[in-house]
Design a binder for this molecule. Structure first.
Ligand code: ZN
Ligand code: FE
Ligand code: FE
Ligand code: ZN
Length: 271
């Protein structure tokens, strides 16, 4: 088993040193972990209302720390990743930036709809600002742009717009789900089963079952992440996540080295 979505305190809303996440992974019997802390928005010239990423000056230290941890660890493969916000118009600068650093994988995530941090509890009230249909429409428009921009290996928490429980009926969602699976496929992308949704008001994984089924039908590769913002969250809800993936038909998880994808069996773990 792997956990490909771990944060560090550099993002200012996570706790625990990277070595503590590694120890948690050891206790859970994980084979491989990937740190994917929030990539500096400052490098993109974006300054959100609340600081939710590491600063540009902290990026080299993050990379050094994770690589040192990887080099000193004999049992568990430790991968260097980043969770990068998709901000429309910043694709070109991001292309140059991401080429500078030796990431094993890059997760592209949406946390912003225009300048609204819609995943932040303090800003969740803005879901009441305008019709939910409009919010969903804009979310998926941005998600598909993120898929098409060619900068990412994995698309993060693909239906995180449901985080606080604001939902459209399934029949309204079906076209969004279908198109999302299609766009992932078309762009050769991988997505993650992100287990953190279980602990959010949404109460289920990102993505939910129907979208997961459509991704499987399109043969879109999946990886697995807890989105841990503390060591105790490493691998959380993974028994249920693996059971669901298995039930839907997935047999493998994607893993990355130097941004090259490989697969391991869903059930590989250390003895
Ligand atoms: Zn975070
Ligand atoms: Fe995220
Ligand atoms: Fe995350
Ligand atoms: Zn996240």
């Amino acid at each position: 088993m792997i956990d490909y979505h771990l944060h560090t305190p550099l993002c200012r809303h996570a706790l625990g040193a990277p070595a503590d996440y590694l120890e948690a992974a050891r206790r859970k019997g994980l084979l491989e972990i990937g740190f994917a802390d929030h990539y500096p928005l400052g490098l993109l010239g974006v300054k959100p209302a609340a600081e939710v990423t590491m600063s540009p000056a902290e990026l080299p230290g993050y990379i050094r720390e994770i690589r040192a941890l990887a080099a000193s660890e004999k049992e568990i493969a430790v991968k260097l990743g980043a969770e990068v916000d998709y901000i429309p118009g910043k694709e070109k600068v991001l292309t140059g930036l991401l080429a500078r650093d030796p990431f094993d994988f890059v997760i592209g995530s949406l946390h912003f709809i225009d300048d609204w941090d819609f995943t932040h509890p303090l800003h969740a009230w803005r879901y009441e600002d305008r019709p939910l249909e409009q919010i969903y429409e804009r979310y998926f428009e941005l998600l598909w742009q993120a898929c098409a921009c060619g900068l990412f290996d994995i698309i993060g928490h693909i239906d995180v717009i449901k985080k606080f429980g604001h939902r459209l009926p399934d029949r309204a969602m079906e076209p969004y789900w279908k198109e999302t699976a299609r766009v992932l496929k078309e762009n050769g992308l991988c997505f993650e089963l992100n287990s953190s949704g279980k602990a959010a008001p949404a109460g289920e994984f990102y993505p939910g079952r129907r979208l997961l089924e459509l991704c499987f039908r399109e043969k879109v590769p999946v990886t697995l992440g807890s989105d841990a913002h503390g060591p105790e969250q490493v691998g959380r809800y993974f028994d249920g996540a693996l059971a669901l993936l298995q039930e839907i038909g997935y047999r493998e998880l994607a893993v990355f080295t130097n941004r090259q994808r490989k697969f391991i069996s869903l059930h590989d773990h250390r003895q």
